[in-house]
Design a protein around this ligand. Structure first.
Ligand code: FAD
Length: 307
């Protein structure tokens, strides 16, 4: 019950002001957000890759309101990529982007987001890596898939995300698997209406398994993004049955969640990519992490009253 309430709060400016101003928030936020600046994040990148993990970097931010903010988002990624150049990590460190941060919801937003994201994809290719387009709420997805298709004409490695909770996703998975895409499968983190999405955890898990099978049996590169131990074992079994080698799919988890399991999978020889979020505009990202696990919210609230 709590999840939808927290997700509604994630879109509220009043709640944003309250929560970001709370003095203890930072300690809780630090679990999920790896730093605020590029200078903070470079040592984190070196540390995690040194432990055998791969990364996908997210400069946090979304739902911007001016074209200047969209340009600033583009520049933040370009600065990061420039700093990564010296580390020579290639595809061990890729980028994740949210098109809403690149202007997708502004007037003329589809073209604006495409124009802003293209230089990021080009710069990523310049250091031997790639970009994955995150999936946001269902109203944005046709535009995201169209941007993905457009980018793939020049950069076929560009990835995208699909969400198991949406009814449309099985069809999207078939199309993307046939076209040989890199596809990250997640359960889905937004508040979606019953007309477009499963509401029940069991239904979502069943859909995840069906869609995973489509990806594993298809021609693309599946990126299995989940912390759910049951789904991780199912993915390993499906990959074996489909005859995929360990480098023909990968696991992905979020920074700060099940970190020991991330290291265990990497030590077993799996490609394990950590979605590493950093930056100052962390509110929406943080609230989705609270919504996924009510215990996080309890911890957060307790820390507010005991300090
Ligand atoms: P769950 O059933 O939610 O969790 C399984 C177990 O994992 C829990 O029991 C708990 O032990 C642990 N766990 C899960 N979440 C948390 C948490 N927040 N805090 C502490 N423990 C937790 N969603 C999108 O809609 N669009 C995206 O582009 C997107 N990108 C993602 C990228 C990656 C790499 C990952 C891992 C997730 C992404 N998500 C995205 C979020 C995703 O949709 C889910 O909300 C999130 O992964 C939780 O689902 P789960 O599969 O881990 O399973």
């Amino acid at each position: 019950m709590l999840g939808p309430v927290i997700l509604a709060a994630s879109r509220s400016d009043r709640m944003r002001r309250l929560i970001t101003a709370a003095p203890v928030t930072k300690q809780v936020v630090d679990r999920f957000i790896a730093g605020e600046t590029v200078d903070d994040i470079v040592p984190v990148v070196e540390d995690l890759t040194g432990k055998g993990l791969e990364l996908t970097m997210d400069v946090v931010g979304e739902d911007i309101t001016t074209p200047e903010q969209a340009t600033a988002a583009r520049d933040a990624y370009l600065t990061l990529i420039d700093r990564l150049k010296g580390l020579d990590l290639g595809e061990k460190v890729e980028m994740s982007v949210k098109l809403s941060m690149f202007g997708q919801a502004l007037p003329g937003g589809h073209e604006l987001a495409l124009a802003n994201v293209r230089p990021v994809v080009e710069a990523a290719a310049g250091i031997g890596t790639t970009v994955t387009l995150d999936a946001e709420d269902h109203t944005t997805l046709d535009s995201m898939f169209a941007v993905h298709e457009e980018l793939r004409k020049d950069f076929p490695q560009t990835g995208c995300v699909i969400q198991a909770y949406l009814f449309r996703t099985e069809a999207d998975a078939r199309r993307l698997a046939a076209s040989g895409s890199r596809v990250r499968l997640v359960k889905g983190a937004y508040k979606e209406p019953a007309e477009v999405a499963y509401q029940n955890k069991h239904e979502i898990d069943k859909a995840y398994v069906r869609i995973l099978r489509i990806l594993m049996e298809g021609d693309g590169y599946p990126m299995v993004a989940s912390h759910d131990p049951r789904l991780i074992s199912i993915a390993q079994e499906m990959a074996r049955t489909a005859g995929r080698k360990l480098d023909e799919y990968e696991f992905q988890m979020l920074y700060g969640i099940r970190s020991e399991e991330q290291l265990r999978l990497a030590a077993e020889g799996h490609r394990m990519r950590v979605y590493t979020a950093y930056g100052t505009d962390w509110y929406g990202y943080f609230m989705r992490r609270l919504a996924e696990k009510p215990a996080n919210l309890r911890f957060f609230l307790r820390s507010m009253v005991t300090k």
